[in-house]
Design a protein around this ligand. Structure first.
Ligand code: NIG
Ligand code: FE
Length: 399
């Protein structure tokens, strides 16, 4: 007997079953046992508890596959600096940018960081998120990077959601290593990555490959170390300039290459061949006032899976709302609502290597879903996105 049966609902499964108008969804334990037309349900008493949803829409729980959710402080003064004409790079070179957040995050203890991060994660859960990725990258020394990843782990214990963790030790060169880049890359490869693998503090390793951060050669070394320790890789690629990041990520069979505003035609082909997911971060583009759009049409034509994510961080994307993300992805990047929804569900799950587990509604998958009082999923927006229920791993939650 199933635990829960949802009926009198409509569902957009985000897989081959498409939209089902008069649907039923069965859940036993943590798993979906049935997703299909109500008329095809077997007869008899099927579930301990039956919920008639009055025509509400059931969607997969959202997956936010790129966040920097653990941080202290804020970067509000940089809005003013940008308004005065300074670029993201100018601000970084003047000691602000990522390093400003590193100073605040190093100074915060684990309890404070946990409280800040849990509050952000709870807000995301209230908008239907059931899986998030959280990167380190504001510690930039062994102790503080591990502190951030442990905090991310605690979030998954406090808020009912799946948390995937990524080591981003190579986010910026900390000032104590100025003029000694090789030593910092060695620290990432020889101390951070082995410690993270040993203590199982992350599943993946990310690098910010950019003129103000790490070179393609340094990225290659870090990816080799990650592979040697059984960790997957992802890349902040081609955000501010064409560094060949998309192709580099594809060569290393990265789960995803993210940002991609300056991705080249060759990079698109390489990503298509490798099956590397393109994670677009439209709010960061919007917040920085960027004008160089990622090659979205080329990605579509090459059938590269497109995911979208909030990139929640205090500098380039101070925002953690999936509904706002959908809106900006459509308005600023011209994605269709359907593309945006795919990007926040199944393609985002793919960007975390979780496509078999979550991101769409199909029997056998984890029962991660959100119930919405909306006329149609394409209409979901910050104004009319009214969440009436959320289930994570088969457990309804009132968070
Ligand atoms: O994804 N681009 C690099 N990393 C972050 C920004 C981090 C920051 O500015 O604090 C991003 O946009
Ligand atoms: Fe990022």
């Amino acid at each position: 007997m199933w635990d829960i049966l949802l009926t009198d609902c409509r569902t957009a499964t985000m897989d081959s079953a498409g939209v089902i108008d008069d649907a039923a969804i069965g859940i036993a334990g943590e798993r979906l046992t049935y997703v299909g037309p109500r008329c095809d349900l077997p007869a008899g008493d099927l579930a301990r508890s039956v919920h008639r949803l009055g025509g509400a829409w059931v969607l997969p729980g959202f997956v936010d596959c790129h966040t920097h959710l653990v941080y202290a402080g804020n970067r509000d003064r940089e809005r003013r600096m940008r308004a005065d004409g300074m670029s993201y790079e100018d601000i970084a070179r003047s000691g602000g940018g990522i390093m400003a957040t590193v100073r605040d995050t190093r100074a915060a203890n684990a309890e404070t960081l946990t409280d800040l991060t849990v509050a952000r994660a709870r807000a995301m859960a209230r908008e239907g998120v059931t899986t998030i990725e959280i990167k380190s990258g504001y510690g930039l020394d062994l102790g503080n990077e591990l502190k951030m990843l442990r905090v991310a782990g605690r979030v998954g214990k406090v808020v009912p959601m799946r948390v995937c963790r990524t080591l981003l030790g190579a986010h910026a060169l900390p000032p104590e290593f100025a003029g000694n880049r090789d030593a910092y890359v060695r620290l990432v490869c020889e101390e951070m990555i082995p410690a993270v693998a040993r203590e199982r503090l992350a599943e993946a390793v990310d690098v910010f490959c950019e003129a103000i951060a790490f070179t393609p050669d340094e990225t290659e070394c870090i990816f080799a170390a990650a592979a040697a320790h059984g960790l997957k890789v992802k890349l902040h690629a081609d955000q501010r300039s064409d560094m060949g990041g998309g192709a580099l990520a594809a060569r290393h069979r990265a789960l995803s290459a993210d940002h991609l505003e300056h991705l080249s035609a060759a990079g698109v082909v390489a990503m298509a061949e490798a099956g590397t997911v393109a994670v677009l971060l439209p709010y960061a583009y919007h917040h920085l006032g960027d004008t160089h759009l990622p090659p979205i049409e080329a990605l579509r034509r090459a059938h590269v899976p497109i995911a979208i994510a909030t990139d929640c961080n205090p500098g380039t994307s101070p925002m953690h709302s999936p509904l706002r993300l959908k809106e900006v992805a459509c308005e600023v990047f011209g994605l269709s609502p359907q593309e945006a929804l795919m990007g926040m569900t199944i393609n985002a799950a793919r960007a975390l290597g979780l496509a078999a587990e979550t991101g769409s509604l199909a029997a056998g998958k984890s029962a991660d879903l959100a119930i919405w009082d909306i006329p149609d999923p394409t209409a979901l927006s910050p104004e009319n996105g009214h969440l009436i229920g959320r289930i994570f791993r088969g457990q309804p939650d009132g968070d």
